[in-house]
Design a protein. Structure first.
Length: 277
């Protein structure tokens, strides 16, 4: 289990699914220039992707009062950026199939974490800057993807119990990952996105979360926002009192309204607890 092996694993991965590649090209000129009709047609041309997106948007995590029954409805309600994230998440999970058990959570909970992170970015930061919230929402949905690669390495090395035990005693997940692999799962996520030619700025943001990176000065605020989100919601703490408090301190340091953040985090927390019963 080392950095070179991880890079080799990523290099061996196939391209994203054909439909996802088409959708990714639609976003090449930015979300504001997206042809919504072409987006809907592309999604509807792939029945499995359509079914999966409808399944995700109708998840109790989003607390909708009425069922979404069409791709058009989903795009209209959630926006093109969110749908972009859902399409990417579907493709990534199909290519990088992994048992996330080394991280001490089930695949279902891991999926919940990803959606909650995206929801927190969207609901909290839209009160500050809607454009930034829309931009980061799809990235938040897939920023944990690097853990799928690391989990595969751990399983292949038959080190599940050892990794999980040491992880449970660690206060800092990325630091522990770096001790074992020489990198963090977020940096690995950046390498994944680079391999698939996804948004270069998304690549830079993920690579900058745990390490100084050459492009960081241009994306500091994006990195800080996602750092707050992963502090509040992660594989060890999902919006509990401790994680919200730690994240709130970071919010205050950046000069954002702490009450707005806490209110949003607690609202999402209560909805999640209610849906988990």
């Amino acid at each position: 289990m080392n950095f070179e092996a991880i890079v080799s694993t990523i290099d061996s991965l196939p391209p994203l699914l054909d439909t996802t590649l088409i959708i990714n090209k639609l976003y090449a000129d930015g979300d504001e220039n997206i042809d919504i009709r072409k987006l809907i047609v592309a999604i509807e041309s792939d029945s499995l992707l359509s079914i999966n997106i409808l399944k995700m948007v109708n998840s109790p995590l989003y607390g909708l009062s009425q069922q979404i029954v069409s791709v058009t409805q989903a795009v209209t309600l959630f926006g093109t950026q969110k749908i972009y994230g859902l399409a990417l998440a579907y493709s990534i999970n199909n290519i990088v199939r992994a048992n996330i058990r080394p991280y001490g959570v089930t695949n279902r909970v891991f999926n919940d974490i990803s959606h909650l992170q995206s929801r927190l970015v969207s609901q909290w930061f839209s009160k500050i800057d809607k454009k930034t919230a829309k931009y980061l929402s799809p990235l938040a949905l897939i920023m944990e993807s690097g853990k799928l690669i690391l989990a595969k390495e751990i399983v292949s090395a038959s080190q599940i119990k050892e990794f999980n035990l040491a992880l449970s005693m660690s206060e800092n997940i990325p630091r522990y990952e770096n001790d074992i692999f020489g990198t963090s799962s977020y940096y690995v996520g950046g390498l994944l996105f680079e391999h698939w030619n996804l948004n270069p700025r998304y690549v830079d943001i993920l690579k900058s979360l745990d390490f100084e990176y050459e492009s960081k000065t241009k994306i500091d605020v994006h990195v800080d926002i996602l750092d707050i989100v992963r502090t509040a919601i992660n594989i060890k703490e999902i919006l509990n009192e401790k994680s919200i408090a730690k994240a709130s301190e970071m919010v205050e340091e950046l000069g954002f309204n702490v009450d707005n953040f806490i209110d949003t985090a607690e609202e999402i927390q209560m909805a999640y607890i209610g849906n988990s019963r």
